[in-house]
Structure formats: C-alpha cells, structure tokens
Design a protein around this ligand. Structure first.
Ligand SMILES: C[S@@+](CC[C@H](N)C(=O)[O-])C[C@H]1O[C@@H](n2cnc3c(N)ncnc32)[C@H](O)[C@@H]1O
Length: 265
C-alpha cells in the first residue's frame, strides 16, 4: 500500500465529516434548536439559516458546490425547465419564480423567459435577504424583474396572473401541511393554459441510491421523504381539477421535473 494512501484517505474522511457537520448545523440542526426554544412559531420558522443569513448564503452559493449537492444534475434539471420556457409563447406575459434558489437557476430561467417574450419576471420569497441576494445575481436582467416578499402558501398575486411558474426544490423543505398549500397557490396564480415547472427529489429506482438518498433525508431533510409517498407532487397536482402533468425523472430516478398544465377555462 503506498505510504500516502492512509493520510489522504483520513484527510478526505475528515473533510467530508466537517462538511456534513457544517451543513447539518446550518440546516436541520438549527431548526431543531429553534423548535426547542420557547416562543410563537413564525411563518418562516421552517427556513434554514443558510437561506436567511447573508454571510452563510454568500459562503455557500457557488455553482460547483450547488451542483455537487444535486449530484451534478443541476444543469440538466435547469435545462429541462428553460427548454420548456423557450418553447412556450410568452409574448407580453408574466413568469413567476416561487422562492429563490442557489446557483444559476434564477438567471437562466429569467433569460429563457425574457427570450420567449415575457414582459415581466416576478420573484417571490418569504425571506428578505434571499430577495436581496437574488437581486444581485439578476442585476443584468434590467427592468423586467420584480421582487416581492411573499409567503408562497398565500401570496397577494391575483388569480390567473402568470403564464409560467417555476418552483425549484422548495417542496422538500416545507412542513407537510404547507406542501399542498404551496402547490394550490402556485396553481391559483396560473392563467388557463399556463404551466407550472416543478423540480424536486424523487424516489430513486436503483436500490443503492435509494438507501443513500433515504439516509441523506433522514439525517438532513426528513421533510423531503414524503415526496416519495404521501406527498407525491403529481398525485397532489392531479387532484386539482383538470391539471395534466408530465413527469420526467433523471439520474436513476433521483430527481424529477414535473410540468403541470392548467386547463383552458
Ligand atoms: C427553494 S428552497 C431551496 C432551494 C435549493 N435547495 C437550492 O437553493 O438550490 C429555499 C428558498 O425557499 C424559500 N422559502 C421557504 N419557504 C417559503 C415560503 N413559504 N414562501 C416563500 N419562500 C419560501 C426560502 O426563503 C429560500 O429562499
């Protein structure tokens, strides 16, 4: 065995453990502490500090880091959404991004929407710092953008006011009772014929990946596992009158992009 192998392996294991510990502390660990503290529960109590503390956001929001978290499928998932947007006639229409996300998904979705003719892209998020962070990333996209601090479970947007709505990896982080509310709200604001683009985790088909994925969810994001069963977004969307859904899964079924179309009136 080469002499460098043991120190190299030890360094790798320590680095992975420290990275895991860091992400646990700034996500689920912080929520466990928050839940144990006395006081009224705020509507944004489920949001991890990693999405509300500006220093943490800037520390983590680097494309290679974000791509690695999604097992290097990030680009592919975003492309599935942007190619759908580009194929749609969005001339003089509005597009909504429901909740901010790290990486380049927001600039890419915005570019695709504007190229398809959209007159406005609205971004809603429950956390002010996320909107400020997104504004910085989208500063080259000009006047067509609007940022609104809103709770995605109950926005002030009028019925049928947007023609496309993008929800990128939000559902798995929401308490179960909010998952359906967000979907219902996302559908309410869609115009007839409009499309909801939803990217999320999915139950992997390969058992090895399923075990790893299950372990990841149990440790870091236990609210995400329900997407595999009781809170399957397609089942929930098909329960809403007339919606038709198309689901594509990638990377051995580990991720999904759902396109749900609202029926014409
Ligand atoms: C989209 S999710 C996670 C995205 C994904 N993990 C990533 O960044 O690649 C995180 C965002 O959802 C927002 N969020 C959570 N609950 C929300 C709610 N009820 N209404 C609006 N935004 C919400 C958080 O503030 C945060 O900006």
């Amino acid at each position: 065995m080469p002499a460098w192998l043991i120190p190299a392996a030890t360094t790798l294991v320590v680095a992975l453990a420290l990275t895991g510990a860091f992400f646990f502390v700034v996500t689920r660990g912080a929520l466990l502490v928050r839940a144990a503290l006395p006081g009224a529960r705020r509507p944004d109590a489920h949001v991890y500090p990693i999405y509300s503390n500006m220093r943490l956001m800037r520390m983590v929001d680097f494309q290679p880091v974000i791509a690695a978290i999604l097992l290097f499928q990030y680009d592919r998932l975003v492309s599935m959404i942007t190619s759908g947007l580009r194929k749609t006639d969005l001339f003089d229409k509005k597009v909504l991004i429901t909740s901010c996300a790290f990486g380049n998904v927001m600039p890419r979705v915005t570019s695709a929407a504007l190229k398809a003719g959209a007159s406005q892209v609205q971004v809603v998020d429950i956390i002010e710092n996320e909107l400020l962070h997104a504004q910085r990333k989208l500063k080259h996209h000009g006047e067509a953008l609007q940022f609104r601090r809103e709770d995605a479970t109950a926005t002030t947007l009028p019925d049928a006011s947007v023609d496309a709505n993008v929800v990128f990896f939000l559902l798995h982080e929401l308490p179960h009772h909010l998952k359906g509310q967000v979907l219902k709200e996302a559908c309410r604001v869609l115009a007839p014929g409009g499309k909801l683009y939803l990217a999320e985790f999915h139950r992997p088909s390969a058992w090895v990946l399923r075990v790893l994925s299950w372990t990841y969810f149990k440790v870091f994001e236990p609210l995400g596992l329900a997407l595999w069963s009781t809170h399957d977004p397609v089942a929930q969307l098909e329960g809403m009158a007339g919606f038709s859904c198309e689901r594509r899964v990638v990377f051995f079924g580990n991720f999904q992009v759902i396109v749900a179309t609202k029926p014409l009136a």
